[in-house]
Design a protein around this ligand. Structure first.
Ligand code: FE2
Length: 404
């Protein structure tokens, strides 16, 4: 049977005259006429005549062939660093058969498809080889066209798999690069926003200082009342984002007084009813000034409501209970604390204990009982420390101005 197969193949080989035509379309040229390296095929067969015939067919078709006379010889070639785009292996060989060769090469050379060459009675073994990772099998005896078609298919399949993998890798690299760009842009944007927010706050600070000078109430009143409001807000559990809004509202609570004539604002004695009415408009003026600025729109609500009282007897709208924004309810306690513990033209500063007593007395009337409860739970030392911190900042500022 082997002899018959040899004769048949020899006959096919010698009878062929069209190999040159094949070489023109062989894989050593692409459509643009660029010379490509020939694909390398390892032919493994322990029968020399078959090995030679198969190699000749493939070489004539434009492929570059290496031959191995056994599974072990094939392994030696691969171990020595020879690389192949395809391995064509006989299934039945002494020592190391096709299945064992496949087993020992598939993990190390995953990009080298293996085509099994087998006799009819080995078909079930060939199928099991396919299940084990062989790409295809060729049944002996085979025609030259069958061999070349199988080889082309295997190589095309390999090329597509590799292109697909390269595409995936490029895609992943592209996604990584874009993700990095996005993260960088996000970080830059966050930094820019933080800088912008900081610039806003510096501007607001200057505005608050200007108001303190015009109002001449007490030095540092806006800063102290803001710090006290923040401390109360944090203790009662207000989230940080909301704290920022509340702090701006507290700091600018009397900004509307910019619109009040000095004759009323700085009048030493008591105001008459008409002057009181004008003075009370400062809440609305402040609201109008701030609500047009997107970054201060929420703080404007606190400014509008900072003179409201918990029982509804405040102004300008007579809001009651939870109708008053939480920021304003917190501010109200902080403002009273600062008023009682600061010097006034008509009386010296009183103790924090006195302020605690007064605030407790007005719980549920002027003040939100929950806020009062939180305030009373906080030790006196907090307020004293905060006041000292603000005072030292004011004095540093005054000193540097004097030097300038
Ligand atoms: Fe006010």
């Amino acid at each position: 049977m082997f002899i018959a197969r040899q004769q048949r193949n020899s006959h096919e080989l010698s009878g062929q005259t069209g190999y040159f035509r094949y070489r023109v379309t062989a894989p050593d040229c692409d459509t643009l006429g660029i010379i490509m390296p020939a694909e390398r095929i390892l032919v493994v067969d322990d029968e020399e005549p078959i090995r030679e015939i198969v190699s000749s067919m493939l070489t004539n078709a434009g492929y570059k062939c290496d031959k191995a006379s056994s599974g072990m010889a094939a392994l030696e070639l691969l171990a020595a660093g020879s690389q192949f785009e395809l391995m064509l292996s006989d299934l039945m060989m002494a020592n190391l058969d096709g299945i064992a060769l496949l087993e020992r090469t598939k993990e190390k050379f995953p990009d080298m498809p293996v085509v099994m060459v087998t006799a009819v009675h080995d078909i079930s073994v060939a199928l099991s080889a396919i299940r084990n990772g062989a790409y295809d099998y060729l049944l002996k005896p085979f025609e030259r066209e069958q061999l070349l078609a199988t080889v082309r298919r295997a190589l095309e399949n390999r090329r597509l798999k590799m292109e697909n993998r390269e595409y995936q890798t490029r895609l992943e690299a592209l996604v990584d690069a874009k993700t990095y760009q996005l993260q960088t842009a996000k970080t830059n944007l966050e930094t820019a926003m933080a800088n912008l927010e900081r610039s806003y706050d510096i501007t607001l600070e200057a505005l608050g200082d200007a108001l303190d000078l015009k109002d001449a109430e007490t030095e540092g009143h806006s800063k102290r009342v803001t710090t006290y409001t923040i401390a109360l807000g944090r203790t009662i559990g207000v989230p940080q984002d909301e704290i920022k809004v509340i702090a701006r509202g507290a700091f600018l609570h009397d900004i509307g007084k910019m619109a009040i004539p000095d004759a009323i604002l700085r009048k030493p004695g008591a105001l008459n009813p008409e002057e009181v009415a004008i003075m009370r408009e400062h809440c609305y003026h402040g609201y109008q000034m701030l609500k047009k600025i997107p970054f201060l729109a929420e703080a404007a609500e606190i400014v509008y409501s900072h003179q409201e009282r918990y029982d509804g007897t405040g102004y300008p709208r007579g809001l009651k209970g939870d109708e008053i924004p939480l920021g304003s309810r917190l501010f109200c306690v902080a403002d009273t604390l600062d008023a009682i513990t600061s010097d006034r033209p008509y009386r010296p500063a009183q103790s924090i204990a006195a302020a605690r007593e007064e605030i407790r007395r007005w719980s549920g009337r002027q003040f939100d009982p929950e806020v009062v409860k939180t305030f009373l739970s906080m030790p006196d030392g907090i307020w004293m420390d905060l006041r000292n911190q603000i005072d030292s900042q004011i004095h540093r500022f005054a000193y540097s101005t004097a030097k300038g």
